[in-house]
Design a protein around this ligand. Structure first.
Ligand SMILES: [Zn+2]
Ligand SMILES: [Zn+2]
Length: 389
């Protein structure tokens, strides 16, 4: 139904009330008519059904103060000639370009495929084929695909390019996804003019529903591609190379836009979600962007201080251990951890842990005894100030 027809429709007359009827009068009139005309009360009576729809439509507008105001305003302007056919008024486009007022709003969308709005009132009632959402009127986007991959610790930390084998429907290589036999091409569906939806006039109001001729795709294939039978999609195994960014952690899911299943007949592809598993490393651990590392040291090294050579993701680094460092202390090396997405890197956290010798030769034992005497003489008591003493 065009907007002109819509404006010319008299919703007041439909409900049998005057144009200055009160909200209460409108409600009463609608209730009575709805009861009398309800399909349950008139099985098989298509005339009553038509009337019921018309009445419901009228009520949907007149019972809503905002919609009623716009409707009244539009009718008033239309009657006064403000919206003649040449006055910026268009059908199907949703809106009066020149009027500063959009009738499409009344129906919650454009004229062809308004989502929600009045259509929904009837959709449930008459078991109309639902799916009036925008997606049903366009070729369908491909599905998302999920897969997983296992990376080494260092690969995950630094980022890596890995091949992934995927078996999934993808755009048919024979017809390049069009679904039409090579040398031919799909033609625009004449019934819906390629929009994928058709309007049906029902009493005062037009309904949009998916076009049956083209199953809502908007195009018709006369000679289908023999490899994909017109779907534009074939099942195939493909290997894609995926760049996994640095810093992914175990169990993380990364999204690769457009790498999922191909859409039907050239519609956009879905996304690929890759769940990443990370093998533990023999040396490093992770704490967010920080890399952790435990370095065995001797007691003497902690007492006297030393410089340790420790591995990093891309080489080695010297870590200064100050004299008198306690066992278990964590030394921080800034910027030598896991690379961050936006640049920079986390820190390398080095834990020093005393390794106690299990076996020493006699001279070492003798020297240690001498040392302990000297330590005592210098006033060191390991349990001084200990609460358990
Ligand atoms: Zn094909
Ligand atoms: Zn069609």
């Amino acid at each position: 139904m065009s907007q002109r027809e819509w404006i010319e429709k008299d919703f007041y007359k439909e409900l049998g009330v005057s144009s200055d009827a009160s909200a209460d009068d409108i409600k009463k009139a609608y209730r009575k008519l709805a009861r009398d005309l309800h399909p349950d009360a008139n099985p098989g009576d298509t005339k009553a059904e038509e009337r019921f729809k018309a009445v419901s439509e009228a009520n949907a507008v007149l019972s809503d103060p905002a919609k009623k105001k716009e409707y009244d305003e539009a009718r008033r302007l239309f009657a006064s000639g403000g919206f003649g056919p040449g006055a910026g008024y268009s059908t199907g486009g949703g809106g009066f370009a020149g009027g500063g007022f959009d009738l499409g709003d009344l129906f919650g969308g454009g004229a062809a495929g308004g989502d929600g709005g009045l259509g929904d009132i009837f959709g449930g009632l008459f078991n109309r084929s639902g799916g009036r959402s925008a997606s049903s009127t366009r070729p369908r986007r491909g599905s998302d695909v999920e897969t997983e991959t296992t990376l080494d610790f260092r690969e995950a930390a630094q980022g890596v390019t890995v091949p992934l084998r995927l078996t999934s429907p993808s755009a048919c290589t024979t017809c390049h996804g069009s679904g039409a036999k090579p040398g031919t091409s799909p033609r625009v569906c004449p019934r819906c003019n390629g929009t994928g939806v058709v309007s049906r006039n029902q009493g005062a109001f037009g309904f949009s529903e998916p076009c049956d001729d083209c199953r809502g795709t908007g195009s018709i294939i006369d000679e289908p591609c023999s490899d994909c039978h017109g779907n534009g999609v074939t099942n195939r195994t493909r290997t894609i190379t995926v760049r996994v960014p640095s810093g992914v952690s175990d169990g993380q899911k990364i999204r690769l836009a457009g790498q999922g299943e191909a859409g039907l007949r050239g519609a956009p592809s879905g996304d690929l979600y890759v769940t990443v598993h990370v093998r533990p490393d023999k040396v490093f651990g992770r704490n967010g962007d920080d890399l952790t590392l435990v370095v065995p040291v001797s007691y003497g090294e902690l007492v006297l201080g030393t410089t340790l050579s420790v591995p990093t993701l891309d080489g080695r680094v010297g870590v200064k251990v100050p004299a008198g460092t306690a066992d278990g202390r964590i030394l921080r090396v800034r910027g030598r951890g896991v690379p961050k997405r936006g640049g920079g890197a986390g820190d390398l956290l080095v834990t020093v842990k005393v390794a106690v010798p299990q076996k020493l030769d006699d001279p070492a034992i003798e020297a240690l005894r001498t040392y302990l005497e000297a330590e005592k003489a210098s006033g060191f008591d390991p349990r001084a100030g200990w609460a358990g003493a």
